[in-house]
Design a protein around this ligand. Structure first.
Ligand code: PLP
Length: 394
């Protein structure tokens, strides 16, 4: 007998951010005079750069003319954007053909459909980790296993004694929620393991722009990755495109799984599941990669970095343990006084007027942690710091 996808039963009932929102709304309704500061959901707060809005306005005007009108975009993206992204990789010494870059409306969309390339494979995800890999892996009928990211391994699990079987391994660096980033040696270790075991690395580099410039930003900075990795990139957290929606995936022509060329299957899957990304959006993304656009992005990133540094300084003085947000817009902290994630969430909401993200929402190993986002206005960060110090200073 057919029916709904029974795998829904494997997912937790409420998606994390909906639960956070409902607790926040309940508290706000009961305390209308209090000003709540949100360092919860990782959404950017600064407006788009002028370079981007200018290019999008121009594209809109073009679309209003007979000659400049564009209908359905090419399924894998306009060549101008694929070339601009390949150019940005080339500046870091990574050679990719523009045809190996596939434009999409979000790294989330790509992460969500990648599991459909496979049938009943082991999918390995970090715990804690970005929930999309786990949930979409389960919904697609795969066996999902967890790699604990703990204080002991610096929140950066390595293959260690993993058995040599082909599996799909989803890694995010810098990580969400922990912010921890693999160095070159860690990336080489994963690439070597993937080669040896016939596994595929799904490397999510959505936050790569937060890394110091001398750190590797792409898995393809490790040469053998061409054979065993795909990568996700996004304009969301670099150019502030969370509301515009533009991202990309890299599938090289050499990458195989189970002897099959994945790029071929990816093209089949993408052209079946999407009609592409609007011309306006892709012109905006292209502008974000121009020299002027990059300066604008860099200013935004520097602003969020400074926010993260101020939060980090506060937690250092309060003696809270965790990661500082120096390679990512997130801070990952152990809850004070041994509280559970949701207990600490409620404490911060009710005593500090601060919305955070409970670490357990990213996996069981995240229990006892909170994630703080530095995507906020500076005044809000300063106010959050003042309140935290007032409540928690000994
Ligand atoms: N990957 C990670 C690790 C993320 O944290 C997010 C968004 O928060 C995404 C991907 C989604 O990016 P996009 O906005 O491009 O869909």
């Amino acid at each position: 007998m057919g029916g709904i996808n029974t795998k829904f039963g494997l997912l937790s009932e409420e998606y994390l951010f909906r639960e956070i929102e409902s607790r926040r709304v309940a508290y706000e309704t009961a305390h209308p005079a209090e000003r709540i500061i949100s360092l919860g959901i990782g959404d950017v707060t600064l407006p788009l750069g002028r370079c981007v809005t200018g290019a999008m306005a121009l594209a809109a005007k073009e679309m209003g003319t007979l000659r400049g009108f564009h209908g359905y975009p090419p399924a894998f993206g306009y060549p101008f954007l694929r070339e601009a992204i390949a150019g940005a990789y080339a500046e870091r010494g990574v050679t990719l053909s523009p045809e190996e870059i596939y434009i999409s409306d979000g790294a989330k969309t790509d992460a969500a459909i990648i599991p459909q390339l496979f049938s009943e494979v082991p999918v390995l995800v970090t715990d804690p980790g970005y929930p999309v890999y786990r949930d979409m892996g389960l919904l697609s009928g795969h066996r999902v296993r967890f790699l604990p990211a703990t204080r002991e391994n610096g929140y950066l699990p390595l293959p260690g004694d993993l058995e040599d079987i082909p599996q799909v391994i989803c890694l995010c660096s810098p990580g969400n929620p922990t912010g921890a980033a693999y160095d070159r040696a860690g990336m080489e270790t994963w690439v070597a393991y993937a080669r040896k075991s016939g596994s595929l690395l799904v490397w999510d580099a959505a936050y790569a722009v937060y890394l110091p410039s001398d750190a590797p930003h792409s898995i393809f900075e490790i040469p053998d990755a061409r054979f065993c990795a795909v990568e996700l990139g996004s304009f969301s957290k670099s150019a502030g495109f969370t509301g515009v929606r533009c991202a990309w995936s890299v599938f090289t022509e050499e990458v195989l799984f189970d002897g099959q060329p994945l790029a071929l299957l990816w093209r089949r899957l993408k052209s079946t599941s999407s009609n592409g990304v609007s011309y306006l959006t892709q012109r905006g993304a292209e502008a974000a990669l121009s020299e002027k656009g990059r300066e604008e992005c860099e200013r935004k990133i520097a602003y969020y970095r400074e926010n993260a540094a101020r939060l980090s300084d506060c937690f250092f003085h309060l003696g809270w343990q965790g990661l500082g947000g120096d390679t990512s817009p997130y801070l990952w902290l152990e809850c004070p006084a041994g509280l559970s994630s949701w207990e600490a969430f409620d404490l911060l909401l009710t005593r500090v007027g601060l919305v955070t993200t409970p670490g357990v929402g990213f996996g069981q190993t995240g229990e006892g942690h909170l994630r703080f986002s530095s995507f906020a206005r500076r005044e809000e960060i300063m106010e959050a710091v003042r309140r935290l110090r007032r409540v928690f200073s000994k």
